[in-house]
Design a protein around this ligand. Structure first.
Ligand code: FMN
Length: 212
């Protein structure tokens, strides 16, 4: 890859000071997601979810942030997917947000727990009908022989469910990641970026500055 003539300078924001942070890291995260939305980012809630299997082999993919529950960060998916199987074996996971327009990153590490089925149900019912039928149709992460096979299965489900409420599949649901640490990174000139990390100590948060 060729080098850009001028690398990004990360000078958009004023310095990130300890005094700028809210006491609760999830309230702070919320304010950064809202800032990314206000900056016109299409998916300000897109976050990379890293999981690992029981042997510690990692895998990562993007999922959408869907709010908070009992102090945890929520997302929805298929429990039988690659990530779902890894989370069943090893509930430790990490999330990363990156908002290029704001030159900001947030990293969260912790343990995931499944959300109650009623919570998933509430969210599932709020989704577009095509997304609901998609969730019924997709055996997420399995190999499918052809695109046509998948489309035919979708059409068959759409027909069978015509005029009916789409039932949430048993294998579909949500997780909440209970943060043990949350780091707020903001770009600065000279590659001396600001990094402030909240660490959970019992029921309190300790904020530390990390070297860039
Ligand atoms: C912007 C974006 C948002 C996504 N949101 C979700 C999501 O909320 N839930 C989900 O299961 N997959 C989501 N995906 C698809 C995942 O990245 C991934 O392809 C899928 O979950 C299968 O991952 P797995 O095989 O590792 O389980 C999203 C992908 C993108 C690019």
């Amino acid at each position: 890859m060729s080098q850009p003539s001028t690398p990004p300078q990360y000078t958009r924001n004023p310095p990130l000071e300890e005094a700028d942070l809210l006491a609760d890291p999830l309230a702070q995260l919320d304010s950064w997601i809202e800032a990314a939305r206000a900056a016109g980012m299409i998916e300000p809630g897109a976050m990379t979810l890293a999981t690992a299997d029981a042997q510690g082999r990692p895998s990562a993919r993007i999922v959408l942030f869907k709010g908070y529950k009992e102090g945890g960060v929520c997302f929805y998916t298929n429990y039988e997917s690659h990530k779902g199987r890894e989370l069943a074996e090893n509930p430790q996971a990490a999330l990363v947000f990156w908002w290029d327009k704001l030159e900001r990153q947030v990293r969260i590490e912790g343990r995931v727990e499944k959300l109650a089925r009623e919570d998933a149900q509430r969210y599932f019912q709020s989704r577009f009908r095509d997304s609901q039928i998609g969730a019924v149709t997709s055996r997420q992460s399995e190999v499918v022989a052809t695109r046509a096979e998948l489309d035919a299965r979708f059409e068959a489900n759409a027909k069978a469910l015509e005029g009916k409420e789409v039932p949430m599949p048993d294998c579909w649901g949500g997780y909440r990641l209970q943060p043990e640490s949350v780091e707020f990174w903001q770009g600065r000139g000279g590659r001396l970026h600001d990094r402030l990390r909240y660490l959970a100590i019992g029921d309190r948060w300790k904020i530390e500055r990390l070297e860039p």
